[in-house]
Write a new protein. Sequence first.
Length: 179
Amino acid sequence: MRKLSRITAIILSFLMLLPMSGCSASDGKIHLTFQIWDVYQRPGMQAMCDAYTAKHPDVVIEVQATSWNEYWTKLEAAAESNTLPDIFWMHTNQLLYYADFGMLTDVTHLYDDIDPDYYEKHFSQISRSNASGSGGNLYGVPKDKDNGHLVYNKEMFDAAGVEYPNDDWTWKATGICPS
């Protein structure tokens, strides 16, 4: 059997804390919900959950995929009604809202034995700060990093007489970000 990567081990460690938040069903097992926003990543997330439940047969994890357009509305409604999923994806743009209002569990202690620069060393552009609240506590495990891409229509640029984007462009040069 293949060795689990360090990030998978961290995620699985995080999952071990969650049975305390799940509810026990009539079958005597702890049932957890894991909500994600990308149906294409569901098989990978399911495999991770299956690896965990193979070692913890008293736990059942249901992976629920919701479209990006509905995800944040559903998550906010669940937070307001105190019915958040047991495990869920969080975007760095939304993390502070949920962390600073006490809706996430502080998991800083999970990082005690991990090199503070682990993510920066092994995953370009990911840092522990991606999972930090404004007080510096950690509320999750960084899973991946988005890539920003610029796509443009050459015909429209040509018709407008505008120069194509080049390597000298910065956010400031585009006028999108003034600083």
